[in-house]
Design a binder for this molecule. Structure first.
Ligand code: OGA
Ligand code: NI
Length: 340
């Protein structure tokens, strides 16, 4: 396995070729990214989603316009979010040898590591990651869960329970916002569905205009819940051909829809393209939870959304672990491959 980005950054006299972004006609270059245009992403009060039609409408238009929203009053205390950030930060501060105890195996998803290399031409993301399956519990690969800091497992377990609740509330609200039965998105999944947590660490880079923390991509999840760094921004969403930066809202989770909701909603909700810029001086750490990631079963557009005026736009799809790396490293919107 090649060097972790954190090690490269610690002794970065010259930027390794493999990280330098080429011209990107489709999504725009990194160099025009120095302006961090703030996005006016709606702030949604999750506690109101079951009782307030107004809040539900706000959610629907946030997803249609941005593909994401800033969730507040979601049931997780700010002090607990701080503990989740802390276990990640402490882990990435461990010595390289200590962290390597949790190294991902070549063709596995779980564990610590940098980009999986699937081709010689691949340009690598300026990030190290710790990727852990959190649900279902019997599929957790506990050998990859750090024993240092000592409370890592306990905190991540508790976070998992809290995230499960938010996931259900949001998926039900998305269905109701389209006048569908509230459990219709949830029902498409089997009980064996996987949910994963990814701790993303972005070391500072002296050449921030040449690299990306994460290439432009959409998530293959149903929804992704992102705990942003408390201070350092970097995430951008693409809207109408321009990149907009996501401000840090204290205590909020940034929630975006992924490819699976796009398919199930027959394209009413689009899975947004996003990317991550890195900072020249400051490190950044985020925790993304992808709910559900892989599906043993098949998902497809909800029947009630297929009409004469709105014909079916997507095939039925099975997501598998094998397709994961290929799809992810390719960047862009994998969901476009499933269009009819
Ligand atoms: C991701 C992602 C954004 C961030 O992990 O898929 O988009 O700010 N992360 O770390
Ligand atoms: Ni993403």
């Amino acid at each position: 396995m090649s060097k972790q980005v954190q090690e490269i950054a610690a002794d970065c006299r010259q930027l390794p070729e493999r990280y330098i972004r080429q011209e990107d006609k489709e999504y725009g270059n990194v160099t025009n990214a120095d302006v961090f245009l703030p996005a006016e992403i709606p702030v949604i009060d999750v506690s109101l989603l079951t009782s307030s039609p107004l809040e539900l409408d706000k959610l629907k238009s946030a997803i249609i316009n941005w593909g994401c929203f800033q969730a507040i009053n979601h049931g997780i205390e700010s002090s607990f979010l701080e503990r989740v950030r802390e276990i990640g930060k402490v882990f990435f501060q461990l010595s390289p040898d200590e962290k390597k105890k949790y190294l991902r195996e070549e063709d596995d998803v779980d564990g610590y590591g940098n980009d999986t290399v699937v081709s010689d031409h691949q340009i690598l993301d300026w990030t190290d990651r710790l990727y852990l399956t959190i649900l279902p519990r019997d599929q957790q690969k506990i050998q990859f869960w750090p024993q240092n800091p000592p409370h890592f497992r306990e905190v991540l377990d508790e976070y998992t329970c809290k995230i499960e609740l938010i996931y259900e509330v949001v998926l039900k609200a998305l269905a109701r916002s389209l006048n569908l039965q509230e459990d219709c998105f949830l029902k498409q999944y089997q009980t064996t569905e996987k949910t994963s947590a990814r701790f993303n660490y972005y070391p500072p880079c002296p050449w921030p205009e040449k690299v990306l923390g994460v290439k432009p991509h959409s998530d293959s999840s149903a929804i992704t819940l992102l705990l942003q760094d408390k201070e350092v921004e970097g995430l951008q969403f693409l809207k109408d051909g321009r990149w907009f930066g996501v401000p840090v809202v204290p205590g909020a989770l940034t929630i975006n829809v992924g490819d699976q909701i796009e398919i199930m909603s027959n394209g009413i909700f689009k899975s947004p393209v996003h990317r991550v810029l890195v900072n020249s001086k400051k490190e950044r750490m985020t925790v993304a939870v992808f709910c559900p990631v892989q599906s043993e079963g098949v998902i497809g557009p909800i029947d009630a959304l297929i009409t004469d005026e709105t014909p079916r736009l997507y095939k039925n799809v099975t997501y598998t672990v094998d397709s994961y790396f290929q799809i992810y490293q390719h960047g862009g919107r994998p969901v476009d491959n499933y269009k009819i």
